[in-house]
Design a protein around this ligand. Structure first.
Ligand code: URA
Length: 237
């Protein structure tokens, strides 16, 4: 990996502005392999050397990946003047590194959402051509019409004439269904189910590709993933 200036790495990790990073370094609060380095222009190889600030390791990865259990009532956006967004659920340093939600869940939808600053990975995750399955659980007002599975398999035609890609519908009983789609049109699952006689009461995303929410990750909680784990999870087929 090419070498990088230590002040730049501290800024990229969201820990300080450029001028703050320079003063932290000059104050001796930044260590490289355990040794204070007081020159902000000092370069290191982040793959081989350890950088720390006030005794805490500084993450030097260019791209970061977070798995969030999105709670209801929060917008899938990076900022909003009035409402809470998914980025507001992260600590301040992680709100400064260019993260965005890879795809959108409606405000009232819960479940798995990836936050990243890797545009290429987000594109791969979302592009219908890549066929990454998104699995949803939906509580519905009525059981879907008897021909709903066939309509899903053939591609539901939405009210505005848009044809969806083939999808899967599984009935789980007691007003619960699972829907598997490979794309993400606006309100897609709710619109598909409503057209099949089953308006959605509650929607939850269980998984994207082979990525699933850990059982102990409560709504509003998140965990960081490394690049290899997330890439493997999207190449699951
Ligand atoms: N489909 C919907 O209708 N809503 C979501 O939040 C996600 C998929």
């Amino acid at each position: 990996m090419p070498t990088e200036r230590i002040d730049k790495l501290i800024v990229a990790a969201g820990l300080a502005s450029r001028s703050e990073a320079k003063s932290l370094i000059r104050l001796g609060r930044v260590l490289v392999d355990g040794i204070p380095v007081r020159d902000p222009a000092q370069k290191i190889d982040p793959e081989k050397q350890n950088l720390s600030l006030d005794g805490e390791a500084v993450c030097t990865a260019k791209y970061r990946y977070f798995l969030l259990h999105k709670p209801a009532g929060v917008l899938s956006a990076t900022e909003d003047s009035r409402q809470q967004t998914v980025l507001d659920l992260l600590p301040p340093e992680l709100r400064r590194i260019g993260l965005f939600p890879a795809g959108r869940l409606d405000k009232d939808t819960t479940g798995l959402l990836v936050l990243t600053n890797d545009g290429e990975l987000a594109h791969r995750m979302l592009s219908p051509k890549k066929h990454v399955e998104k699995r949803y659980l939906a509580y519905v007002e009525h059981e879907p019409d008897p021909d709903a599975e066939i309509r899903f398999e053939q591609g539901v035609i939405l009210g505005d004439g848009t044809k969806c890609l083939p999808a899967k519908l599984e009935r789980l009983g007691d007003g619960l269904v699972r829907v598997i789609i490979c794309e993400g049109k606006y309100h897609q699952v709710k619109r598909m189910l409503a057209l099949c006689g089953a308006p959605v009461i509650r929607l939850h995303r269980e998984s994207v590709g082979a990525l699933t929410l850990p059982d102990d990750l409560e709504p509003g909680e998140w965990t960081e993933l490394d690049a290899k784990t997330i890439q493997k999870a999207l190449e699951y087929r």
